[in-house]
Design a protein around this ligand. Structure first.
Ligand code: GMT
Length: 377
């Protein structure tokens, strides 16, 4: 198949999933064309079967808000025609599903048709899509997609609840890991020693948006550090990084909190972690939590959204009610002071990640979905 993929190319779970999917599809013999405004962050410079088409948004003084969604639709239309694509797969509904719909309408004018697959990732449904300025267009664009997938059952139900979506059949296809990449054994222990200097390593990876509740992480760490010699490694960047830095200073733990900034290849870092913290206020899935578990790292987070589909409380991690800092700290201390239990939890996390979220199995599900969409076209 010749597949067009559009995603947010910058640091973030939806772009990571879309890119890993494209790479895996190309490895299985498909031709993959990324249509985005920038080279996706997890895409190496060259891989056979993968092409990158940059979307250029024309500037004009009249445009206070340059119309990216229209430029994207035009680029999609052009790439579909010039490379004879079979389908478009867009990740994150806004504005990608709308641009794909416009591109398809333009193609239909020329007697061409192409199925659109839309994957819903999270805040496109839970926050942005429910904003009154986007609600109607999000519902419309989802309903016009030929196939709709959501990364968790939580997100499927939330799509139906928030958008009514009588015309859509949302299928759950979860995110995935490549077990060869997220393999703790292959990374050794040198980085753990460099990061922790003999202390335990707690880790968080995200885009530091408000929904991630980064202050909760620092507050939890301050309680853990008072009981167990430990450091906190914060990977990524975003609007609330300053809040987390300020909280670390306020609590007097700043010397043991390390902000590493954006790092593309997180597998070696996760292999150096003892615990992963993800106290998001409604994570639709939590790709970083899955990657942590695949790296034998127990996860501590909140029992909301799609996280309970990824982390099994008491088996692969510990989940608490939103805002329960004491509960998270208590769980963290319990695990950091009981190596046998922590190791068993890490092993269970690896086993479940490989059994339920294996790349080969999930990519085959996308292939089957594409074939179904093409057969119906
Ligand atoms: O929805 C977002 O906030 C953006 C998106 C991203 O690009 O990082 O994250 C979502 O998609 C990821 C990949 O499917 C999921 O693992 C994240 O849980 C989800 N984020 C939220 O639901 C907050």
């Amino acid at each position: 198949m010749k597949i067009g993929i559009t995603c947010y190319p910058t640091y973030g779970g939806s772009g990571a999933v879309a890119t890993e999917l494209g790479i895996a599809l190309a490895a299985r013999g498909h031709e993959v064309h990324f249509v985005t405004y920038k080279q996706p962050f997890r895409l190496p410079n060259f891989l056979p079967g993968i092409y990158f088409h940059e979307v250029d948004v024309g500037r004009y003084p009249l445009f206070e808000y340059p119309p990216y969604d229209l430029a994207l639709a035009v680029r999609m239309h052009e790439v579909v025609l010039s490379h004879k694509l079979d389908l478009l797969h867009v990740h994150y509904a806004i504005p990608h599903a709308t641009s794909a719909w416009i591109a398809r309408e333009m193609l239909r004018e020329n007697g061409h048709d192409i199925p659109i697959v839309t994957t819903l990732h999270g805040t496109d449904i839970t926050i942005v899509g429910q904003d009154p300025s986007f609600h109607a267009i999000t519902k419309f664009s989802i309903e016009r997609s030929d196939r709709i997938t959501a990364v968790s059952e939580f997100l499927r139900l939330e799509t139906i609840r928030a958008f009514g979506c009588t015309r859509c059949d949302v299928q759950v296809i979860p995110n995935f890991i490549d077990p060869k990449t997220f393999d703790r054994e292959s990374h050794g222990t040198a980085l753990h020693e460099q990061l922790g200097g003999g202390r335990r390593v707690l880790m968080h990876i995200s885009n530091f948006r408000a929904v991630k509740r980064v202050k909760d992480i620092v507050q939890t760490f301050a309680k853990v550090r008072a009981a167990v010699p430990s450091v906190l490694v914060m990977v990524g960047d975003g609007p609330d990084r300053g809040l987390a830095e300020e909280e670390a200073r306020k609590l007097g733990v700043e010397s043991d909190v390390f902000f590493l900034g954006k790092i593309d290849a997180v597998a070696p870092l996760l292999a150096a972690a003892d615990l992963f913290l993800i106290p998001t206020d409604r994570e639709s899935f939590g790709l970083s939590a899955l990657e942590a578990q695949a790296s034998a790292v127990p996860v501590i987070g909140y029992d909301v959204g799609g996280l309970p589909e990824v982390v099994v409380h008491g088996v692969t991690g510990m989940l608490h009610t939103v805002g329960d800092i004491d509960g998270m700290a208590h769980s963290a201390i319990a695990l950091l002071t009981d190596d046998v239990r922590a190791r068993a939890m890490g092993a269970a996390a690896v086993a479940r990640a490989r059994a339920n979220f294996d790349q080969a199995t999930i990519v085959a599900r996308y292939e089957a979905l594409y074939q179904g969409a093409l057969a119906n076209a």
